[in-house]
Write a protein that binds this ligand. Structure first.
Ligand code: HEC
Ligand code: HEC
Ligand code: HEC
Ligand code: HEC
Ligand code: HEC
Length: 766
């Protein structure tokens, strides 16, 4: 070969090399698809934020290595460019790691994360990672494949972020080098010099690499087929487990008696996130990469591509640990935010928190009327009967009740609730309910079975350790989520909304009322309590309105979703969390009830007709329960409906008749001529009264409540009347009872609530 040809070859080779270098996304020259550098001020803030990482909720095995078994291997690794640190522990086939760092690109920040996984048959380690964004107090998550070099001095990593909508650009590649540091401890000195000194040189971790194939469709008539099995950690098949693709909107399959399932799809995402859950186990998840998973096995047929999937579920510890400390629901805005309290539910579940905070569940332990009713009435009445049983705390301060060993009037009661317990029925409490064993028993006293985790359990990072929920596809490690179908069933609510005393008296029967209606039966009308009281969030529409600077601004009108959610056609159930989910996977936590006017009026209608009498007016009032899935007013008999008629003759108010008890003619019913109270009237040895509460009653004397679709007609003949105003009033409690409890209702209020809500009014004339 002549020198000329050699030179020619060298040039071609060099050019090729340059092309390779330019195209190879893993070389430093690769321009990341991330955003540009953030402002200097932000970068400085984040550098400050990351200093808090050692206080992050984590696995104790990294904070206090002495407390758990020695790992078979541990090491610290660092990625290039951003100094991301990864500390790894391996025990047998299991890998755990913690990782933290700063990302100084636009939308970057300081973060801390944990990962957990196991070795795959091909020698790679697949793990799920879950991240706490320290700069914004929110979350993030995804998965990763680790491939260690033989001497374990380097890890080649493929990370994916689950935040992205459906499969676009999901993968980040990088390589980390082992550094000589004590795992779990911060390094000192210049980070960059550590990497530069390393003989290996690290490739940067940056940029999302396009998969180019977000979803892959099979040709007409052909299918992707997944043969799968759900097993426990000993490899035994689990029957009846729910199998679901992440955010698919429905359970895709249920396993057979040996734990097998089969799924078929016409098209699939490049990354298929397949999860499974069953009550008693923590949810498990598996990620199938389209091109790898479906090429390995089975006969090569045109009509199908087959993949195998094994999902492992870890059984839950079945002991309820009373020493577990409730995690606060409260969202902590800066500057109150503290990384050690990052797992306060409201930080990440802001929408649920904002809604719940307005609900009666949030205020029930502080409710001034309930406290007064307990202190001035229920307690002395019980003592007078010679009873020491506290009948109220098990429902009204459930998270305090959960710490008690019995419900005694001379022990701790709802008046002693402090701290988290003052938040009533809070997120952590309700989401640690495993079962409702005896619906008619009162709350924590025999109805609710909690399964609180062992605070020392190090298989789940952080202090929440466990939540039960409706979604088997939640794999965020800090949640320790376990699928529990009871969250979609009314029996969960029955634990407090159904109560039968030992002597048989139903103090509360909302659940058994529901069971008698068409709403509890299969068919078009079927609706659980949640369907009406926890409906899905609504989308709304983006509209341009003039902004403060005069420029148009896009605003969501008539819906609950943010602009980003609308754009991505879904809803995020945790901030910056995982995938946008279809609307049917996110439920309003305002527990809408009679405080909401629209909701209230949707439940009941009123029609009024009149007839001339020779001497006055006949008023015919028809009231119908048009939308409640139980009798109304439901609950424990304190609330009543009142039909009140204010009649006039020749413009003069007429004197009151006999039909409406004098004591009820106050506030919205003040001066009423005639009327009727609708509800349950209790009786004791001395007689019956609307002002008698169930806790002092012997029996129910009358029940004239409204059942769904059964119109109730009331007829009033009013002598001397030529016109009338008819009101349907929802009254919070009888004035007589409220007086006994020392509640001042003269301003039309019961504590912070209205005494009366005017539901409907109608004016009629002769
Ligand atoms: C650091 C952020 C973060 C905090 C704090 C947090 N969560 Fe979550 N939570 C998540 C993420 C992420 C998911 C999963 C989202 C997804 O998969 O779409 C989730 C899911 C859930 C689910 C659904 C579980 C299922 O299987 O249906 C429940 C219930 C839940 N969280 C309750 C709580 C409670 C209660 C608290 C407070 C004790 C809490 N969360 C605190 C991030 C958080
Ligand atoms: C079909 C829809 C529907 C179903 C199912 C349903 N509710 Fe209701 N619920 C309503 C409506 C509407 C109201 C308001 C009633 C009114 O206008 O007085 C209501 C009122 C209530 C109230 C407030 C009581 C009051 O008088 O202020 C409670 C508590 C309640 N429901 C609990 C439950 C529970 C628990 C379940 C399940 C056992 C349930 N609901 C099932 C629609 C429903
Ligand atoms: C009265 C019990 C109760 C309380 C209190 C409660 N939840 Fe829930 N939560 C539920 C139920 C029931 C569902 C499932 C609803 C369904 O699927 O129909 C649910 C679902 C969820 C989900 C899964 C997504 C969804 O909306 O279905 C998340 C996340 C969640 N709750 C978080 C929270 C947080 C955060 C709080 C406190 C701010 C909270 N919950 C308070 C009962 C409760
Ligand atoms: C731990 C007990 C407990 C559980 C579980 C519970 N609730 Fe409640 N709920 C209460 C109490 C107590 C109140 C009344 C609080 C108050 O008024 O101070 C209440 C109030 C309500 C209200 C408001 C009624 C009104 O006045 O408008 C609604 C609606 C409601 N609950 C629905 C539900 C639903 C639906 C579920 C199941 C998903 C549920 N609750 C589970 C205890 C509970
Ligand atoms: C089985 C659970 C349960 C028990 C036990 C219970 N409550 Fe309630 N309580 C509720 C629920 C649910 C509501 C709201 C339902 C409704 O609208 O009537 C409520 C509402 C109330 C209210 C009305 C609050 C308001 O602002 O409208 C008072 C007062 C009250 N309870 C007092 C008591 C007292 C006192 C005791 C003990 C003698 C007691 N409760 C025992 C579940 C319970």
């Amino acid at each position: 070969m002549s020198r000329k040809t050699q030179a020619y070859f060298a040039i071609v080779l060099l050019a090729l090399l340059l092309v390779v270098v330019a195209l190879d996304p893993r070389t430093p020259a690769y321009r990341s698809s991330y955003d540009p550098q953030a402002s200097a001020r932000e970068v400085a803030q984040w550098a400050e934020d990351i200093k808090a990482w050692p206080r992050s909720p984590t696995w104790e095995k990294f904070r206090q290595p002495e407390t758990v078994s020695e790992p078979d291997f541990e090491g610290s690794y660092i990625f290039g460019k951003y100094d991301y640190r990864v500390d790894v522990q391996i025990r047998g086939d299991h890998i755990h790691y913690i990782s933290w760092g700063n990302d100084d690109q636009e939308n970057g920040g300081a973060w801390y994360s944990v990962g957990e996984g196991r070795r795959q048959d091909n020698g790679e380690w697949f793990s799920v990672w879950s991240c706490l964004d320290i700069s914004r107090a929110v979350s993030n998550g995804g998965g990763a494949w680790f491939h260690f070099s033989k001497d374990r001095k380097r890890i080649h990593v493929r990370y994916y972020h689950d935040t992205l909508p459906f499969g676009e650009n999901p993968i980040e590649l990088g390589e980390a080098v082992r550094v000589d540091l004590e795992p779990g401890r911060e390094m000192s000195g210049d980070r960059h010099s550590v990497i530069m000194d390393s003989a290996w040189g690290a490739r940067p971790l940056e940029g999302r690499v396009r998969t180019r194939v977000p979803t892959v469709a099979m040709p007409e008539g052909a299918k992707f087929v997944i043969w799968g099995r759900v097993v426990d950690d000993r490899g035994e098949g689990i029957d009846g487990a729910a199998v679901k693709r992440r955010a698919s909107g429905a359970i895709d399959a249920v396993t057979d008696s040996r734990g097998f399932f089969r799924l078929e799809f016409d098209k699939l995402e490049a990354l298929l996130l397949l999860a499974a859950g069953k009550l008693g186990y923590m949810n498990g998840i598996l990620t199938l990469e389209q091109d790898r998973a479906f090429s390995a096995i089975g006969p090569k047929r045109e009509s199908e591509k087959v993949a195998l999937a094994t999902i492992v579920l870890r059984p839950m510890d079945r002991v309820d640990h009373a020493e577990y400390e409730w995690v606060s629901p409260e969202y902590l805005p800066r500057p109150d935010y503290d990384v050690a309290e990052h797992l306060n539910c409201g930080n990440c579940h802001r929408r649920e928190y904002d809604d719940w905070r307005e609900s009666r569940h949030a205020t029930m332990a502080r409710n001034p009327w309930t406290r007064a009713a307990f202190e001035r009435d229920a307690k002395p009445a019980a003592v007078a009967r010679g009873s020491n049983v506290d009948e109220c705390t098990p429902c009204h301060s459930p998270s305090l009740a959960a710490k008690l060993h019995g419900y005694h009037l001379d022990g701790a009661t709802l008046l002693d609730a402090k701290g988290v317990d003052l938040h009533g029925n809070h997120c952590d409490f309700c989401h640690k309910i495993e079962a409702v064993t005896v619906p008619e028993a009162p709350g924590m006293n025999g109805s609710i079975r909690l399964l609180r985790p062992d605070p020392k359990d190090d298989t789940v990072p952080g202090n929440v350790k466990r939540v039960f929920g409706p979604l088997p596809d939640v794999s965020f490690l800090y949640m320790g989520a376990g699928y529990n179908p009871i969250f979609e069933m009314g029996v969960l609510c029955a634990s407090c909304h159904e109560h039968q005393r030992d002597d048989g008296l139903h103090s509360q029967s909302t659940y058994s009322e529901w069971r008698q209606t068409r709403f509890s039966r299969p068919g078009n009308d079927y609706k659980e309590c949640q369907s009406c009281h926890m409906p899905p969030y609504t989308a709304g529409k983006l509209r341009a309105i003039p902004g403060p600077d005069g420029n148009p601004q896009m605003v969501n009108i008539g819906g609950d979703l943010t602009g980003n959610e609308l754009k991505n056609n879904g809803v995020a159930i945790a901030r910056y969390s995982t995938r946008y989910r279809p609307l049917n996977e996110a439920h309003k936590h305002s527990f809408v009830g009679t405080e909401d006017r629209d909701f209230l009026t949707s439940g009941v209608s009123m029609e009024v007709e009149t007839e001339r009498l020779t001497d006055g007016l006949r008023v015919r009032v028809t009231v119908t329960n048009t939308g409640a899935g139980h009798a109304i007013p439901t609950g424990h008999g304190l609330k009543h409906y009142i039909v009140a008629i204010h009649a006039t003759g020749d413009g003069q108010a007429l004197p009151p008749g006999e039909s409406l008890p004098a004591d009820e003619r106050v506030n919205a019913a003040d001066g009423a001529t005639e009327g009727i109270v609708i509800g349950r009237r209790f009786a004791d040895a001395t007689g019956q009264s609307w002002a008698l509460p169930w806790w002092r009653a012997d029996k129910i004397a009358a029940d004239n409540r409204l059942w769904p679709d059964m119109p109730q007609e009331y007829v009033f003949d009013i002598a001397g009347a030529d016109a009338a105003e008819v009101k349907l009033i929802l009254r919070r409690g009888s004035p007589g009872l409220l007086r006994e409890h020392g509640m001042d209702t003269s301003h039309g209020r019961v504590g912070a609530d209205a005494l009366d809500v005017l539901v409907h009014t109608a004016k009629v004339t002769r």
